[in-house]
Design a protein. Structure first.
Length: 158
C-alpha cells in the first residue's frame, strides 16, 4: 500500500516545522522519527495507520528534513524538542496519540510527562532488527503469568 503524503508546515517554538500528512480525518496520530532520520522514515507504516481510520502525520524534528534549523546560539536538547512538540500538537488541534522511535521517544516522553492532557497513548518503538542474539539471550529471564500470590520467572527461549 503506497499513498503519497501531503506536505504541511506549522509554526511552533519560533521555528517552521514540516510534517507529512497521510490522512486528515479521524483521531490524530503523530509519528516521531529518531536521530539521523526524518519524517519519511514512516512512509511504510503511516499509510496502514491512515487506512485504519486515523489522521496520520509525521514530524520532521528541528534541524531534520524540511523543518528549519536552529540559528546561532540555539539548542538541540530534549526540552527544546518537547517544547517544539507542544507547539505542533497545539497547532494540530491540541491532542494526539504519539508513536515515537529512538530519539523521538525521548522528546515524546518528556512532552507526555509535562503535557498529559495533550498526549494520548504514547508508544515508543525500537529499531527494526533482531533484538535477541545468542549472547544476549543466554541466562535471560522474563516475568511469567501471575500465580496465586507471586510471579514465577521462566527462561526466555532463544
Amino acid at each position: 500500500m503506497t499513498v503519497a503524503p501531503t506536505d504541511r508546515f506549522v509554526e511552533a517554538n519560533r521555528l517552521r516545522h514540516h510534517l507529512l500528512e497521510w490522512s486528515d480525518t479521524g483521531p490524530t496520530v503523530l509519528l516521531l522519527h529518531g536521530f539521523l532520520e526524518h519524517a519519511h522514515a514512516w512512509d511504510f507504516v503511516a499509510p496502514r495507520i491512515a487506512a485504519a481510520g486515523y489522521r496520520v502525520l509525521a514530524l520532521d524534528w528541528r534541524g531534520h528534513g524540511d523543518t528549519e534549523w536552529v540559528g546561532r546560539g540555539g539548542y538541540y536538547h530534549f526540552p527544546d524538542y518537547a517544547a517544539d512538540l507542544a507547539g505542533v500538537v497545539r497547532a494540530l488541534g491540541g491532542r494526539a496519540a504519539l508513536v515515537a522511535h529512538s530519539m523521538g521517544a525521548g522528546g515524546a516522553t518528556l512532552f507526555a510527562g509535562t503535557s498529559r492532557a495533550s498526549a494520548r497513548s504514547p508508544a515508543s518503538t525500537r529499531s527494526v532488527r533482531p533484538t535477541r542474539t545468542r549472547t544476549t539471550c543466554r541466562g535471560a529471564t522474563r516475568a511469567g503469568s501471575p500465580t496465586s500470590t507471586n510471579r514465577r520467572r521462566e527462561r526466555v527461549r532463544c
